[in-house]
Design a protein around this ligand. Structure first.
Ligand SMILES: NC(=O)c1ccc[n+]([C@@H]2O[C@H](COP(=O)([O-])OP(=O)(O)OC[C@H]3O[C@@H](n4cnc5c(N)ncnc54)[C@H](OP(=O)(O)O)[C@@H]3O)[C@@H](O)[C@H]2O)c1
Ligand SMILES: [Zn+2]
Ligand SMILES: [Zn+2]
Length: 352
């Protein structure tokens, strides 16, 4: 075991602060990575503040972060795909059983024995796993991904959650040319959804509560922008969407979006607000519409997404911050004031 620097929260009401945590020494199948950038996902904030207590209560201290890119510093003797000096990435998963039907199909995100990157039982050290707001991490090779060499690293880190979480449902529900696709909420996930929907050839409409984001939405690839609090603008799109991806982090009225689906259309939730959302049965049954959800993605699809981004030169639009600004960044996330993902430059942790 060795010590490494990190930022952790001591309770649901404490700010994140500098600390030191223990990592395992790399075993024969492990890759040790020096973390260069880690994105800030709204899920980090939900979990640091124990907002998902009913579903996955937070264990403290909590070291969040699951959008990790870095450089390999050490590999175990059985590791074949990485060597020291290589770039590497880690997302929301760090382990699974590898033997169940979901794992065999490459759907590790559905494995009943998965291990999430933070706030999950650590099978090696006991206690809970610690995430990417730290100097280094040790991960079994199967969960380490390749970063295309042409991508900016600060902007590539958030692909590991915001990227795969929006890419996966769009592939699953066949977002292609000729489809009309909506994206609700232009935050970290939402802005990636716009880039992917556009790259996949769909007619893309952004729904935002922030009129000031309109020009950005068009620049990111939207064909049209609707201010979702304007009922007239919403009504114009009634019954017209094949697919809508909802990436909103807080309570909101999803019935207003279900009304915009055409027959057999699908509203997919990727946003995970603290409180349950209410659904009108009528919106679904008239039009045989579906309401669905989608969590992150498996390893093969995450690599596919990274390679897609390499090929199309897609990264997240980031505001790079030092770790010392993380608490301020959380407050700005709550005000929907980020363009469009915070990416922490982990070199800033060295001075702590
Ligand atoms: N399914 C998964 O596997 C998965 C993975 C990662 C994250 N998530 C969840 O997805 C959600 C979004 O994450 P994120 O990192 O993209 O968050 P984010 O950057 O904070 O973006 C959320 C966006 O939602 C909109 N919004 C916020 N409050 C709203 C309100 N009260 N009413 C309507 N719209 C509101 C805002 O967009 P506008 O300003 O455009 O309105 C905001 O920018 C979070 O709940 C997160 O936990 C789920
Ligand atoms: Zn995330
Ligand atoms: Zn499994």
């Amino acid at each position: 075991m060795y010590k490494t620097k990190a930022y952790s929260a001591a309770s649901a009401t404490s700010p994140l602060a500098s600390t030191s945590i223990t990592r395992r020494d790399p075993t024969e199948s492990d890759v040790q990575i020096e973390i260069l950038f880690c994105g800030i996902c709204h899920s980090d904030l939900h979990q640091v503040r124990n907002e998902w207590s009913g579903f996955m209560p937070t264990a403290y201290p909590c070291v969040p972060g699951h959008e990790i890119v870095g450089r390999v510093t050490k590999v175990g003797s059985a590791v074949t795909r990485f060597k020291p000096g290589d770039l590497a990435a880690v997302g929301c998963l760090v382990d699974s059983d590898g033997t169940c039907p979901e794992c065999k199909a490459g759907f590790e995100q559905f494995c009943p024995n998965l291990t999430l990157t933070y706030n999950f039982l650590d099978k090696h050290l006991g206690g809970v796993t610690y995430g990417g707001y730290s100097d280094s991490i040790v991960v079994t090779e199967r969960f380490v991904l390749d970063v295309p060499s042409n991508l900016n690293l600060a902007g590539a880190a958030p692909l590991l959650c915001a990227g795969i979480t929006t890419y996966s449902p769009m592939r699953h529900w066949d977002v292609t040319k000729g489809k009309k696709v909506g994206v609700v909420g232009l935050g970290g996930l939402g802005h990636m959804a716009v880039k992917f929907a556009h790259a996949l050839g769909a007619q893309t409409v952004v729904f935002t509560t922030s009129p000031g984001k309109k020009d950005d939405a068009l620049r990111l690839g939207a064909d049209e922008v609707v201010i979702s609090r304007n009922a007239d603008e919403m009504t114009k799109h009634a019954g017209s969407f094949d697919f809508i991806l909802d990436a909103v982090s807080a309570d909101h009225d999803i019935n207003a979006f279900i009304q915009l689906l055409r027959r057999d259309g699908n509203l997919c939730l990727v946003g995970a607000p603290e409180k349950p959302l209410s659904v009108s049965a009528f919106g679904l049954l008239f039009g045989r519409r579906s309401l669905s959800g989608s969590p992150i993605g498996g390893l093969p699809e995450t690599q596919e997404m990274l390679d897609f981004c390499g090929k199309h030169n897609i990264t997240t639009d980031v505001e790079v911050i030092p770790i010392q600004k993380v608490n301020e960044a959380y407050e700005r996330l709550l005000k929907a004031d980020v363009k469009y993902r915070f990416s922490i430059d982990m070199a800033s942790l060295k001075s702590e």
